[in-house]
Design a protein around this ligand. Structure first.
Ligand code: PSV
Ligand code: MN
Length: 431
C-alpha cells in the first residue's frame, strides 16, 4: 500500500504514548463496566466508523474578501488525493473522498482510480458545480442553472450533471450530490413556483440518467450566492423535490445551511421517518454556511444529531443508510489538521450517541420525565470517549496523537519543495 506518512514513524510515536493510553483506556473500561457497558463494543464501533473528506477542503478556504493560501497546498486532484491519504493514515477514519467537478480536473479516470486504490482510498458522492461559469462557457449561470429561465443554460447544467454521473461511474462512486446556487436577490425578481417547476423538470432528466444502484442527494441552503430567496431554500423544498423525483432521490443535510438556532436534529428525524435522509455535510457555524470546523462550537448539537442517527440504527429503521461527509472551509488552519480533528469530532459524537441507554430514554419519554430524559443524554455526552477513539486509531495503525505525528514530519515544508506554486495561480480552496 502506498503511504504518505511512513508507518514506522507513526508506530514509533505511538509506542511513546501507548502506556499512558492503556492506563486511561483501562480506567474508562472499569468505569463503563460499572454501568454494564463493555468498552470493546464501542472501540470496535469507532474502528468501523468512516467519514468522507471533500477534495476541495484540502485547499485553504477563503471569504469573498481574501484567501491566504498555505505553502505547499495541493495544485491538482492527485495532490489533493495525497493530502486525503495523509488525513486517513493519521486519523484512521477517512477512507473516502468526495470529488467536485469541474474543480477536480481529471484527464484519465482509470489512472486516478489506480492511484487512489494504491492509497486504499475510495471515491464517494460526486458533486456537480453549476454555481459558477467556467472559462469559455457559452451560456451563463448568472441567473441560475437548473432553474434558469433560459433553456440553453438549463440544458448545459443538466448535461454537466449527467457527465458527473459518468465520472463517478469511472471512479466507483454511487451517488450524485446536487447543490445549486439558484435563487434571487430582489423581491419580485423570480416567480417562486415557476422557478421550482423548472428546477424539478431539469432534475427529472438527471434522475432518469442515474444508474440502477445510484442515489441522487439534494442539498438545501437558505442563502448565498442568492440572498433574497433560493430555489432549494430549506428541508421543506428539499424533501418535496426528493419525493417528487422518486425513491433514488434523497435529501442531504449540510449543517451550516440553516438559520442559527434551527433544530437540525429534528429535521434529521423527519427525513429518517420518511426514508429521505441521503447524507450529511458536517461543519459547524456561528452565523452561517461552513465557516467553522465540525464540533468546534456546537458539539452538543452534533451529538444530538447522532442521537437521532443511532436511534434509527437501534430501531432498524428501513432504508436508512446516510452517507457522512465533511464540508467546511479552513481559512486560518492547515486543512489537513482541521480535517483530521473534524473527522474525529464527528466520530466522537457517534460513539457518545451509542452510549445512550435507549431503553431507559424511551422509558423517560413515555412517562414524561423531562429531567431524567435530558440527564440520560447528558450522561452519555459527558463521557470522555477520547481513550476509545485513540485506542481505535492505535489498533488500526493510525496515530494515537494525529496532530503530533503530523507536525513531527513538517509535511507542509516538504510539500513547499515538492509543489512549487505558480504565483499567478488562483488556488484550489473555496474562495
Ligand atoms: C455550498 O455552500 C456547499 O455546501 C455545497 O456542498 C457545495 O458543493 C460546496 O459547498 C462548495 O464549496
Ligand atoms: Mn455542502
Amino acid at each position: 500500500m502506498l503511504r504518505r506518512i511512513e508507518s514506522a514513524l507513526v508506530s514509533e510515536k505511538n509506542e511513546e504514548l501507548y502506556s499512558n493510553l492503556k492506563s486511561d483506556y483501562d480506567a474508562l473500561a472499569e468505569k463503563l463496566a460499572r454501568d454494564g457497558i463493555d468498552i470493546e463494543k464501542f472501540t470496535k464501533a469507532a474502528e468501523d466508523f468512516q467519514i468522507a473528506v471533500p477534495s476541495w477542503g484540502t485547499g485553504t478556504g477563503g471569504t469573498r474578501f481574501a484567501r491566504f493560501p498555505l505553502k505547499g497546498e495541493p495544485r491538482n486532484i492527485y495532490e489533493k488525493l495525497e493530502d486525503c491519504a495523509v488525513i486517513n493514515e493519521l486519523s484512521g477514519c477517512t477512507d473516502s473522498v468526495s470529488p467536485h467537478f469541474p474543480w477536480d480536473k481529471v484527464d484519465d479516470f482509470s489512472a486516478l482510480k489506480q492511484v487512489s486504490d494504491e492509497y486504499g482510498i475510495k471515491w464517494v458522492s460526486v458533486n456537480s458545480n453549476t454555481f459558477q461559469d467556467q472559462p469559455g462557457q457559452e451560456v451563463s449561470y448568472k441567473y441560475g442553472s437548473l432553474s434558469n429561465t433560459q433553456a440553453a443554460s438549463r440544458e448545459l447544467a443538466i448535461q454537466h450533471n449527467l457527465d458527473c454521473i459518468e465520472y463517478g461511474k469511472a471512479l466507483g462512486a454511487k451517488s450524485l450530490t446536487v447543490w445549486v446556487g439558484d435563487g434571487s436577490n430582489h423581491p419580485g425578481q423570480q416567480h417562486f413556483q415557476r422557478a421550482f417547476e423548472r428546477y424539478l423538470s431539469s432534475m427529472e432528466k438527471i434522475y432518469a440518467g442515474l444508474p440502477e444502484d445510484w442515489e441522487m442527494h439534494i442539498e438545501h441552503k437558505m442563502f448565498e450566492p442568492a440572498f433574497y430567496s433560493t430555489v432549494i431554500q430549506d428541508w421543506g423544498s428539499n424533501i418535496l423535490a426528493a419525493m417528487h423525483l422518486g425513491p433514488k432521490c434523497k435529501s442531504l443535510v449540510d449543517l451550516g445551511h440553516h438559520a442559527p438556532n434551527t433544530n437540525i436534529e429534528m429535521i434529521v428525524s423527519r427525513l429518517i421517518q420518511f426514508k429521505k435522509l441521503g447524507g450529511f455535510h458536517f461543519n459547524d457555524s456561528k452565523y452561517g454556511d461552513d465557516d467553522l470546523d465540525s464540533g468546534s462550537l456546537h458539539p452538543y448539537q452534533q451529538f444530538l444529531i447522532f442521537n437521532e442517527l443511532v436511534d434509527a440504527e437501534y430501531r432498524q429503521q428501513d432504508e436508512f443508510n446516510p452517507s457522512y461527509m465533511l464540508d467546511q472551509s479552513h481559512n486560518v488552519t492547515d486543512p489537513i489538521e482541521s480535517l483530521i480533528i473534524s473527522a474525529i469530532e464527528v466520530q466522537s459524537s457517534y460513539i457518545k450517541a451509542l452510549l445512550v441507554n435507549r431503553e431507559a430514554l424511551y422509558g423517560y419519554q413515555e412517562s414524561n420525565d423531562a429531567m431524567m430524559a435530558s440527564l440520560e443524554l447528558k450522561k452519555a455526552f459527558n463521557v470522555d470517549v477520547t481513550p476509545i477513539l485513540a485506542m481505535a486509531r492505535y489498533r488500526k495503525s493510525a496515530a494515537i496523537n494525529p496532530i503530533g505525528a503530523y507536525r513531527s514530519v513538517d509535511y507542509r515544508a516538504l510539500m513547499e519543495k515538492e509543489r512549487p506554486r505558480d504565483p499567478n495561480a488562483s488556488g484550489s480552496g473555496i474562495v
